[in-house]
Ligand binder design. Structure first.
Ligand SMILES: [Zn+2]
Length: 252
């Protein structure tokens, strides 16, 4: 089975190392902190052979050059990563496949937080690395994209099998829960989930990854097509509802 090693990085990022024990290959999912990634890989006895970037922000791709200098790994990512000074060795976009040993990951366009944001979906492992597109109970701030684009991106996440585990890039769940309860106050599943999140954070436990099925029931941004959400936000149109939610969260 493929191994996923998760560790905190910077103030609230999660680092992920993806390891295939058969081929010995290891991929960094984003590179918030090169030293921490190198330390974690060494502690595992894993050789970093690839970097898979989700988007260009420095807390996602800022460690690329330092990790490549030490390991000689191949950098795979969206073209926008070039904004940080170096283009990926392999530029990928929607519909491409990347490989770690015999494991395939499908590249999914999840633009909206940044225009070129992508996610990596490993169907055989039922996991997706979604960067800053979707968070537990939230979604990324819309820095570059449009509501139309972001809602279409979320539609591609929503279409994955509900058992898929979403590996988001930040521990934002508790503050997201406060807005979600404001946006959708009568959702009993959300109220129960918010209580679990508060208990987990009080114990210092991670709330990521999160199963897609739970987010489909509780994450207001994924539910902009739900009549209960639409009755409070943006009327009958999912794009307008998503836009209203995103704007409200920005000022919450
Ligand atoms: Zn970002």
């Amino acid at each position: 089975m493929i191994e996923i090693h998760q560790f905190p990085c910077l103030s609230d990022n999660y680092g992920y190392l993806l390891h295939d024990p058969v081929s010995g290959e290891t991929a960094c999912i984003d590179t918030p902190d090169a030293e921490e990634y190198l330390r974690q890989a060494a502690a595992k006895g894993w050789q970093i052979t690839q970097i898979w970037n989700t988007h260009w922000h420095p807390d996602h791709a800022g460690g690329n050059a330092a990790i490549k200098a030490v390991t000689g790994c191949t950098i795979i990512g969206p073209a926008e990563v070039e904004k940080l000074g170096t283009a990926p060795d392999r530029v990928v976009s929607q519909g491409d496949q990347v490989k770690l040993g015999e494991w395939d990951a499908a590249v999914i366009d999840v633009g909206g937080h940044t225009s070129g944001h992508i996610a990596y979906y490993l169907a055989d492992a039922a996991v997706a690395f979604v960067g800053d597109s979707v968070f537990a109970l939230g979604c990324g701030r819309m820095f570059e994209g449009t509501p139309d684009q972001f809602w279409a991106s979320l539609g591609r996440i929503k279409a994955l099998p509900p058992a898929t585990l979403l590996y988001c890039a930040h521990e934002y769940t508790q503050s997201n829960a406060r807005f979600a309860l404001h946006a959708d106050p009568e959702n009993a599943d959300l109220a129960a989930y918010a209580q679990q999140v508060a208990a987990a954070r009080a114990d210092g436990r991670a709330t990521v990854p999160t199963p897609l099925a739970r987010e489909l029931a509780t994450n207001p941004f994924l539910r902009a097509d739900d009549p209960a959400i639409q009755s409070r936000w943006g009327g009958g149109d999912p794009v307008a509802t998503f836009a209203a939610l995103r704007a409200a969260k920005d000022n919450f």
